[in-house]
Write a new protein. Structure first.
Length: 187
């Protein structure tokens, strides 16, 4: 196989692995009934005028399956952290005792579980679309190699390999989505 086609395939594989990792990270943000520090990953706090991720201004942990505790490194940050959590609209109400912020994670209702499953499906579809876009770009790159001396057969073989990669990574995303749906629907 042409070395340029091989480079295109390696690049595609790397990008597809990143797409799967990103989708998995998005799944972590969807709560599945139990408390997880990852639920607060997308929250940014106003830290003296700079927008800063919550994990860089406070310690976030889960003492039990239904509680998240946010302990700011500076007492002055309690109010901005509480405000950021409220504005993030993640369905949790912060309880501030002056030292730490506690977030009680309520059990999910059946309706909320269905909404979360819809979100899981949307994230999975976004992941699949990302992988298909990588496939499209890689195939275009392989076709351009015809000018650099790649034969028709090598191009066809390269495109077939890209399709195999695409299928394999879409299966991975489907498996992650299925696992997350199971997590969300488990009472």
């Amino acid at each position: 196989m042409n070395e340029f086609i091989k480079m295109e395939l390696d690049e595609a594989k790397s990008l597809m692995e990143k797409a799967v990792a990103h989708t998995d990270a998005e799944f972590l943000k969807i709560r599945a009934g139990k408390a997880s520090p990852a639920m607060l990953d997308g929250i940014a706090v106003d830290y003296y005028g700079a927008t800063t991720p919550l994990t860089q201004v406070a310690n976030v942990n889960t003492p039990d399956a239904r509680t998240i505790v946010v302990q700011p490194w500076e007492k002055a940050m309690i109010s901005p952290i509480e405000k950021a959590i409220m504005e993030a609209n993640i369905g949790l109400n912060p309880q501030n005792d002056g030292q730490v912020i506690r977030l009680n994670v309520p059990p999910l209702t059946e309706e909320r579980r269905r909404d979360l499953v819809k979100r899981v499906k949307e994230e999975a579809e976004s992941g699949r679309i990302a992988i298909r876009n990588i496939r499209k770009n890689t195939n275009e790159g392989i076709k351009k190699l015809k000018n650099d001396g790649a034969s028709e057969d090598e191009i066809k073989t390269g495109e077939a390999e890209v399709q195999k990669l695409t299928d394999a990574f879409i299966v991975k995303i489907d498996q992650l989505a299925e696992q997350k749906e199971k997590d969300v629907m488990t009472v």
